[in-house]
Design a protein around this ligand. Structure first.
Ligand SMILES: [Zn+2]
Ligand SMILES: [Zn+2]
Length: 427
């Protein structure tokens, strides 16, 4: 079966995360978004693990579902057009901070487990090394290679995937505290790494520029810190619904089973190009090089973004797709598009009302973004939305790339498109 999976999120127990990140709301939002398999996040956190075990029951092998009585309560707030199966898969993110070769390394990793027993074994090993009780995404003084060993020893079906591989401060290839290759990071165990998460600021074509990554799969996930952000990046599979089928599709880099990733335009990510947020300075990589890495406003070193870092490590020109690589599709979150159509903030009450009206009328967000014929929206009296969606699907967008922690801006509509103002009065 075809389904969408988002394999990296956080719970309410992670720092700076929404208190709404609980199993019930996650189940409800999975349906609104069109996600069939959602990672739990944070399985190493004792209170979150206890809550998951109290509210979830086993479903297909390695997957879990919300208890039926809890699901019924949530389903009252899910329109019939969006109701669908929703499953959970056990996942956690670990922040490894350690010294290697005289440099401080800070690298985030995703860890996946097929059962609560395996998750508990991993948590017990990590709990002996550092504090896993205070933050859902624990910070441990643990070498990435040793984390990988712990995960692989816990179960042959437990896996590690480097998270948001290119972000400057906390990633395997990050410009500030990462490495130049998987081998440098994981040493003798590098062969155990079969996938990397590309993160919001990079997309598959950028990663294809490194021949060293030809042997790994590229996955994309939301890293959501609130339920509304679920699925802002995700993976599309065509396989059996089970933990093993998902990971064997990824490991096998089989484009018939791991079909594609659903991606941000990488320019929207908050570390795409270089710059200095405090000084409101955004630099393209060539300009950073010309300025010797220094901010033209304050003279301090700028934060080197993902594009620059890819350029530095790349050994191949743009345009080659390695054999077996999954396809990809660029999307923009529906609420951002509605904000542009209504010319208000994406977080406004009007956007929220129209968002839920559209979901009730047409189905989940991924269906609307990816599949709904534009003419159906015209018939609904929303020609500007139809136009915006068509432009997104064709990649006809105007980009202001993100830098140094500031999200980029992707514009779908120009001033001259707004001659249908009267029709918008309806909303
Ligand atoms: Zn992270
Ligand atoms: Zn500056």
């Amino acid at each position: 079966m075809r389904f969408v999976a988002d394999l990296h999120i956080h719970s309410k127990y992670s720092r700076a995360c929404s208190p709404a990140l609980e199993p019930g709301p996650l189940y409800r939002w999975s349906q609104l978004k069109g996600i069939t398999v959602l990672a739990t996040g944070d399985f190493t956190h004792p209170a979150w693990s206890a809550l998951l075990q109290e509210q979830l029951v086993p479903a297909e092998p390695g997957l879990f579902q919300l208890k039926p009585e809890l699901a019924r309560q949530q389903d009252r707030d899910v329109p019939a057009s969006c109701r669908a199966a929703a499953r959970f898969l056990l996942e956690a993110e670990i922040s490894c901070i350690y010294k290697r070769d005289g440099k401080v390394r800070k690298v985030h990793h995703l860890v996946f487990a097929p059962s609560f027993e395996t998750a508990a074994r991993i948590s017990a090993s990590l709990g002996a090394i550092g504090n896993i009780r205070s933050d859902g995404r624990p910070i441990l003084g643990l070498d990435s290679r040793d984390l990988l060993r712990i995960v692989r020893e816990a179960s042959p079906e437990a896996y590690l995937v480097p998270a948001h591989a290119w972000t400057p401060h906390f990633a395997v290839f990050g410009s500030e505290s990462g490495f130049d290759s998987l081998e440098e990071c994981f040493g003798d165990l590098a062969g155990e790494i079969f996938a990397v998460e590309t993160g919001l600021s990079s997309d598959p074509p950028m990663n294809w520029r490194l021949s060293a990554l030809d042997r790994v799969a590229l996955i994309s996930n939301s890293d959501a810190h609130s339920p509304e952000k679920l699925g802002r990046e995700a993976n599309l599979f065509d396989c059996e619904l089970s933990y093993d089928a998902i990971f064997s599709a990824i490991r096998g880099r089989d484009p018939k089973r791991f079909l594609k990733t659903l991606e941000f335009f990488p320019e929207e990510g908050k570390y795409h190009v270089d710059g200095h947020r405090k000084c409101e300075v955004r630099l393209e990589p060539e300009e950073t090089i010309r300025r010797k890495g220094l901010c033209p406003s304050c003279g301090r070193p700028v934060t080197i973004g993902v594009l620059h870092r890819v350029e530095k490590l790349a050994d191949r020109k743009k345009g080659k797709k390695p054999a077996g690589a999954a396809d990809f599709e660029h999307l923009i979150p529906l609420k951002e598009i509605l904000g542009q159509v209504l010319r208000v903030g994406a977080g406004s009450v009007r956007v929220d009302a129209l968002y839920h009206r559209l979901l009730a009328r047409f189905g989940n967000e991924f269906h609307i973004l990816r599949e709904l014929p534009a003419k159906d929206l015209e018939k609904e009296g929303l020609p500007l939305l139809a136009l915006a969606l068509e432009r997104m699907r064709k990649g006809e967008v105007e980009l202001q790339p993100g830098f140094d922690g500031e999200y980029g801006v992707i514009s779908l509509l120009a001033k001259k498109d707004f001659s249908h103002q009267d029709q918008l009065a309806l909303f």
